[in-house]
Design a protein around this ligand. Structure first.
Ligand code: ADP
Length: 221
C-alpha cells in the first residue's frame, strides 16, 4: 500500500518540477503549478505520517531494543534541522551535564529520532524569528528526560490537552503555512507509549513551550 500511494505522488511531483524548471510558463500557469506541487507535497507528507501511525498502531508492533547514545542521536537531529532553524535565525542549543554514566539507553533508534525531530521541528515552526530552542538531557533516578524548550508563540491553556489529538491544530492557517498536518504530536505520543515512556507539555501564550519526554532507562516492552 505504501508503494501504491507514494508512486503517483512522486510522478505528479516530478512532472510539476519539469514544468517549473524546463518550460516557459506564464505567471498565472506557474502559480497554478506551484499550488499543485505544494498540495502534492502535503498529501505525500500526510500519507507517510498515516503509514507511520498504522505501522506503530498494530498490536504486533514491537520496538527494537538497541543501545542508543542519546547525546549522539540528538546532535544528529539538530544537525539535520540546523538549516531550517537558520532561515528563521533561530539558535538550536543542546546542553547536558557530562557525567560518569553515559546517556545510553536501550531503545528504538528510529522511534527516538522521529520523536525528537518532530518536537524540535515544531519548536522551530512555532518559534519566533531570532528566537532560541534549548534541548536538554537530564538523567534522574528512574528516567532520562529530554526537554525541548522554545521561546516561540506558545499555546493557550484551553488547547493544551487537545494538541495530542490527530489532525488537531491550534491555528489552522498558521499550521498550514508551516506545512503542518496536525499529526506530528499524535505520532510522537504514540511512539513514546510504544517505548513505555511519557510526554508532558508546559506552555504559555506569547512566552514559549516546553515538551518533556521521560524515557525509562530500558525502553523495551
Ligand atoms: P502540526 O503538523 O500542525 O505542527 P502537531 O501535531 O505537530 O501538528 O502539533 C499540533 C499543534 O500544536 C500545532 O498545530 C500547533 O498549533 C501546536 N504546537 C505544537 N508544537 C508547538 C510549539 N512548540 N509551540 C507552539 N505551538 C505548538
Amino acid at each position: 500500500a505504501a508503494h501504491e500511494l507514494r508512486t503517483p505522488i512522486s510522478v505528479i511531483q516530478s512532472h510539476c518540477e519539469y514544468c517549473l524548471d524546463e518550460l516557459k510558463l506564464t505567471d498565472s500557469v506557474r502559480e497554478e503549478i506551484e499550488i499543485i506541487y505544494k498540495k502534492t507535497t502535503y498529501i505525500g507528507q500526510l500519507i507517510s505520517q498515516l503509514l507511520t501511525i498504522s505501522r506503530t498502531d498494530k498490536h504486533s508492533f514491537k520496538p527494537q531494543k538497541e543501545e542508543v547514545d542519546l547525546t549522539l542521536l540528538i546532535e544528529s537531529v539538530i544537525e539535520e534541522l540546523q538549516q531550517k532553524a537558520a532561515y528563521k535565525n533561530i539558535s538550536l542549543l543542546f546542553e547536558y551535564i557530562p557525567q560518569n554514566e553515559s546517556y545510553i539507553i536501550q531503545g528504538d533508534t528510529m522511534l527516538l529520532m522521529r520523536m525528537i525531530y518532530n518536537l524540535i521541528e515544531n519548536a522551530i515552526n512555532y518559534g519566533i524569528n531570532g528566537g532560541c530552542v534549548w534541548v536538554n538531557l537530564i538523567k534522574n533516578q528512574e528516567n532520562t528526560d529530554i526537554i525541548i524548550k522554545d521561546n516561540g508563540i506558545g499555546i493557550e491553556k484551553e488547547h493544551l490537552d487537545k494538541i495530542w489529538n490527530r489532525f488537531y491544530r491550534v491555528d489552522k492557517a498558521r499550521s498550514r503555512s508551516v506545512g503542518g498536518t496536525g499529526l506530528g504530536l499524535a505520532i510522537t505520543k504514540h511512539m513514546i507509549k510504544a517505548l513505555n515512556g511519557n510526554i508532558k507539555v508546559e506552555s504559555e501564550l506569547g512566552v514559549g513551550s516546553k515538551f518533556i519526554i521521560e524515557l525509562p532507562f530500558n525502553t523495551e516492552l
